[in-house]
Design a protein around this ligand. Structure first.
Ligand SMILES: NC(=O)c1ccc[n+]([C@@H]2O[C@H](COP(=O)([O-])OP(=O)(O)OC[C@H]3O[C@@H](n4cnc5c(N)ncnc54)[C@H](OP(=O)(O)O)[C@@H]3O)[C@@H](O)[C@H]2O)c1
Length: 415
């Protein structure tokens, strides 16, 4: 294969100086990419990247990259305020410690590039205000679906649209587990398989509990609703409560199980919801298998579109981190990452969802049919399940509770 030499422009501006917090999977990949492609990056942006300082928990841990060439800080906040750091890259994770460092960096007028969706979903407001005060940029492309350029797509590519719907598969671990369950595995075996292959964290609670997908959904909701999103108002259901065997039952009726995140404009506010849903096998999201992520959107002018790609992995995530760094180097960076610093978006509770539901039945559904007919605009008997459409979720729950229904039911999307 021919060696890529890239453009040959010599940078004329002073280097963009980077302080890197976190030297794990993503941090080391960031350093490796800069080492490999630094010359091309410099030519593309007109400015070279210079890593001036690094920090992590343990200076003496073995790393895949040589960090002895960078100045080490035990204290990450000191790194964030160092004179010779223009951009702080935070790929350490966690919330409280990262928040303190982000505050220090933004207060000192440094730009902040992060892969930390938990931090932004929970403390985004304070950090956005600080960024505006200090004319600082926040880059968070890596925080939303890894390598997929979803932030740029929503914020820039679709800037002329009113985007009223974003829906997708935002967590690769859950998608892998559901893919294996569709192949006949039980939940516990699929989780163990994901862990053995490195697709699930040692503590997978944030992934399988739906919280990781919810963090990303909240960030996308802020972008498309032009408002701030209170993370505590987001409805989050993970995949742990899904009974083994339900995939096979859904497959008989032409559906696939997916953990979906969605931001959708409704009559009285925004749906910002994460839950497992049945999707028709013919739907584009049904074909997204394994650890792949996908983001489907609708804009009033652009109409429908879908992006897919790797949502995790060292190099893939570093690709997104560096896309923000290179924007800053090229002078394309956006104050506070374009996240709104203003009115709060109204988030509608999932109990107000009006849509379709698949309800398993053991007796042909005779007893439930009459009850559900009163509250739904349409009812189809599938034999071993009822497909109930155009029903308000709170009404469905009430009806099922009144019947002391103990079977499985699941929301249906994409019909
Ligand atoms: N891995 C992915 O595929 C992926 C994808 C998207 C987003 N992200 C996000 O990227 C971030 C980093 O993920 P990762 O997978 O690279 O994590 P990781 O492999 O666990 O590495 C974390 C790094 O941060 C350091 N660190 C942790 N807590 C620290 C603290 N309080 N003070 C100083 N240093 C600290 C660790 O230091 P030591 O090495 O000394 O222990 C380590 O170098 C997280 O926010 C994660 O959600 C990761």
């Amino acid at each position: 294969m021919m060696t890529r030499t890239g453009p040959s422009m010599v940078p004329s501006k002073s280097p963009l100086r980077l302080g890197l917090l976190g030297l794990g999977t993503v941090g080391q990949a960031v350093l490796a990419l800069i080492e490999q492609h630094g010359a091309i990056y410099a030519a593309r942006t007109g400015r070279s990247l210079e890593v001036t300082a690094v920090s992590a928990r343990n200076r003496h841990r073995a790393r895949r990259v040589d960090i002895s060439v960078y100045r080490w800080y035990d204290d990450a906040s000191a790194l964030a305020m160092a004179e010779d750091v223009d951009v702080v890259i935070e790929v350490a994770g966690g919330v409280d410690a990262a928040y303190a460092v982000a505050e220090a960096a933004l207060s000192a007028g440094k730009h902040w590039v992060t892969a930390n969706k938990a931090l932004l979903a929970e403390h985004g407001q304070a950090l956005i205000a600080l960024a505006h005060e200090n004319h600082a940029m926040i880059g968070f492309e890596a925080a939303v679906c890894g390598a997929i350029p979803v932030v740029k797509t929503l914020r820039e590519g679709l800037a002329a649209n009113l985007v009223d719907d974003v829906q997708g598969i935002f967590n690769g671990t859950c998608n892998y587990i559901f893919t294996q369950m569709a192949n006949g595995m039980g939940f516990e075996a699929a989780l163990a398989d994901a862990t053995a292959k490195g697709y699930a964290e040692a503590d997978p609670a944030l992934d399988i509990g739906g919280v990781d997908a919810a963090h990303k959904t909240a960030l996308m909701a802020a972008l498309v609703s032009d408002g701030t999103v209170d993370f505590t108002a987001v409805s989050v259901e993970g995949i742990t409560g899904v009974p083994d065997g339900i995939s096979a039952q859904l497959a008989q009726h032409g559906y696939v199980l997916k953990l979906l995140g969605q931001c959708r404009l409704l009559a009285h506010g925004w749906a910002v919801w994460v839950y497992p849903a049945a999707v028709p096998q013919s739907h584009p999201l049904a074909r997204i298998d394994g650890v792949v992520n996908a983001v489907a959107y609708h804009g009033n002018a652009a109409d429908f579109g879908m992006l897919q790609g790797l949502g995790a992995g060292g190099a893939a995530t570093a690709s997104a981190v560096l896309s923000d760094v290179l924007d800053i180097a090229a002078g394309r960076g956006v104050i506070a990452g374009g996240l709104p610093n203003g009115s709060e978006t109204t988030v509608v509770p999932v109990s107000e969802r009006v849509g379709a539901y698949w309800v398993a039945v053991s007796d042909g559904g005779a007893s439930l049919t009459a009850v559900l007919q009163n509250i739904s605009a349409g009812l189809t008997n599938l034999g071993t399940a009822l497909l109930v459409s155009e029903v308000r979720e709170a009404d469905l729950r009430d009806a099922l509770n009144a019947q002391q229904y103990a079977g499985a039911w699941i929301r249906v999307e994409g019909v």
